[in-house]
Design a protein around this ligand. Structure first.
Ligand code: ZN
Length: 366
């Protein structure tokens, strides 16, 4: 178990921690392909059950040979259960679905079909898709929700995790597994901003027993700042030998901070979205602000022959100038989206490598 702290052994390979996982929500990281992701050192991606079961749909994914075959990605895939997305949809408009102890039923706008997501079905789908890390369906709430709503969410999250684990074990027992690593099952710790509820949720989930745990719920306050205290407290509730996934956290400064708290897995759409909007990361030395930004639309770059970051070895930096990238951005060429995405992802990989080296130094006996 203790090896999990530094490395997750998974059916499609090892993931060295800490690791940043880009969001390939619908089976693709926008603007780049799987070979691009490998080239910049991405170890694993996060895909989303809630979205994939709608598009392209479970029977299509099966017909295309599962998520790995379908997307041409041969490294590990973490599949999110979709609890957060289903909740967001229903919160946005209660007409779109219903949440009960049984599970979640939803019908997104414009969809002629009704979908059911129960704790059992979520695990069935994720395993059928070929996930390396399966995440239990959870009942998400907003940190501003009243205490009784938070209590119900914790009770339901624990109950759903128990049912998810039972289903996970049932399916794994039916499969004839080889000697290699099996898929892992993670449960999500809810409880909003209440320490008491976070503690109760963590204790009960630890009692049921999972391979790893996730920080659930909104990690940011209304101003977009990390909810530092509750994020740190939630990590302290779980023994250090268990890996923890900071779900939805991926701002470079938050990755640094949460790694020091003991989180090992990060996923977020921010670095790739920033890239597409022309906000490019330059890794700095400071630990408070681990990156500074290059805004590619800025006219100061028009005639610049320099790279985005001279220390970066990505395709964009090793081959193209800021001036050329500025030009691609201005004319709206799709090549800009690809090069910028590769660069920001490479920056996230280099950042986590740096954090790993820092942890190794700390772990070394003096
Ligand atoms: Zn670069």
């Amino acid at each position: 178990m203790s090896a999990y702290r530094d490395c997750l052994p998974l059916p499609h390979g090892n993931v060295e921690l800490p690791a940043f996982l880009p969001d390939a929500t619908l089976g693709v990281v926008r603007a780049v392909d799987s070979a691009d992701l490998e080239a910049c050192g991405i170890q694993a991606v996060v895909m989303n059950t809630f979205h994939l079961m709608q598009r392209p749909g479970s029977s299509t994914i099966q017909a295309l040979g599962g998520l790995h075959r379908m997307s041409g990605w041969q490294r590990p895939i973490v599949t999110d259960s979709g609890g957060f997305q289903a909740y967001s949809l229903i919160r946005e408009n209660p007409r779109f679905g219903r949440l009960s102890d049984r599970g979640i039923s939803f019908q997104p706008q414009g969809s002629g079909r009704k979908f059911q997501l129960t704790p059992e079905k979520s695990v069935q789908l994720q395993l059928a898709y070929g996930a390396d890390v399966v995440i239990c369906l959870d009942d998400c709430t907003h940190p501003d929700a009243p205490l009784e709503v938070q209590e119900e969410s914790v009770r339901r999250t624990i109950d759903w995790a128990r049912r998810g684990k039972r289903e996970f074990e049932r399916i794994l027992a039916q499969r004839r597994l080889g000697d290699g690593p099996r898929p892992l099952l993670f449960a999500v710790i809810q409880g909003g901003a209440s320490r008491e509820l976070r503690r109760r949720c963590a204790e009960e989930l630890l009692e049921i027993g999972f391979d790893g745990y996730g920080y659930g719920g909104w990690p940011l306050d209304a101003e977009g700042r990390l909810l530092r205290d509750v994020v740190a407290y939630t990590r302290e509730l779980v023994p250090p030998e268990f890996p923890m996934h900071a779900l939805g956290i991926g701002h470079p400064a938050s990755v640094v901070e949460c790694t020091r708290m003991g989180y090992g897995i990060f996923d977020c759409a921010l670095p790739t979205r920033d890239a597409r909007h022309g906000r490019l990361y330059v890794l700095g030395g400071g630990s408070d602000e681990p990156v500074s930004y290059v805004y590619i639309h800025d006219s100061r770059h028009i005639k610049s022959d320099a790279a985005i970051d001279p220390a970066c070895d990505c395709l964009a930096c090793s081959r193209y100038s800021l001036g050329y990238l500025h030009h691609l951005f201005k004319i709206g060429d799709s090549l800009f989206l690809r090069l910028a995405t590769l660069h920001n992802l490479r920056a996230m990989v280099r950042l986590t490598q740096r954090l790993r080296a820092e942890q190794d130094v700390r772990a070394r006996p003096s």
